[in-house]
Design a protein around this ligand. Structure first.
Ligand SMILES: [Zn+2]
Length: 66
């Protein structure tokens, strides 16, 4: 899983540990929302795992087990 990378934006703000909060796709910051809803790099992954009407909250619960 890419859990480590997903949190780049968060880590950047909180710890300044990563060089850039930008997602490797280059579109925007690599936030959880970007990853779960919009990132083109993970389109296929999302399509395989979730139907289109799956809510972001539901996705978060499954990804981070919260
Ligand atoms: Zn992205």
């Amino acid at each position: 899983m890419v859990r480590h990378n997903i949190l780049n934006a968060h880590l950047y703000r909180k710890y300044k540990r990563v060089l850039s909060p930008l997602c490797p796709c280059g579109v925007e910051e690599q936030t959880a929302e970007h990853f779960l809803q919009r990132c083109k790099r993970h389109d296929q992954e999302r399509a395989a795992k979730w139907s289109e009407d799956t809510t972001p909250n539901r996705k978060c619960m499954e990804v981070w087990k919260i």
